[in-house]
Design a protein around this ligand. Structure first.
Ligand code: SF4
Length: 148
């Protein structure tokens, strides 16, 4: 995983407005990522939004960041949050639970990966992922957006 200082020094090709759906323990790591690099990932006006800062004039992309265990009961709400995002939009899945269901992959009550509900651009592995990995995921997302 890249050194987070490289993320800042590389500059940002996109202004990423991040809407977080924090569902379990991984959401705490997203908060830690904000604390680690508040210059890079600043809390937004809403408790579950933040902004990955970019150079002025760069294109704005709305990012749904799903962290934690997606239960079947929550699946509809996650899809609704994605549908509410304006285009262009992207999805980042944070942690084993969001990626695959994690330790609960075979539970009838857990979705075995948020990509069964919404299209995912970047997966951040780990249970939980370190905050640095989440910042690295934002960098990977920029690369994915550039290749669209
Ligand atoms: S991946 Fe691990 S740390 Fe993250 S929500 Fe699931 S159980 Fe919690």
């Amino acid at each position: 995983m890249p050194d987070p200082s490289l993320v800042l020094h590389a500059g940002r090709a996109y202004a990423l407005t991040v809407v977080e759906v924090g569902l379990a323990c991984c959401a705490v790591e997203v908060l830690a990522a904000q604390q680690l690099r508040p210059d890079l990932l600043q809390p937004g006006p809403h408790p579950h939004t933040s902004a990955a800062h970019a150079r002025p004039g760069t294109p704005d992309v709305h990012v749904l960041l799903v962290s934690g265990t997606v239960t079947t009961a929550q699946a509809g709400s996650v899809r609704a949050a994605y549908d509410a995002l304006p285009e262009p939009r992207a999805v980042m899945s944070v942690g084993a639970c969001a990626n695959t269901g994690g330790p609960y992959w075979d539970s009838y009550a857990v979705v075995a990966g948020v990509d069964r509900i919404v299209p995912v651009d970047v997966y951040v592995p780990g249970c939980p992922p370190r905050p640095e990995a989440i910042l690295g995921g934002l960098e990977a997302l920029e690369t994915a957006l550039a290749s669209r």
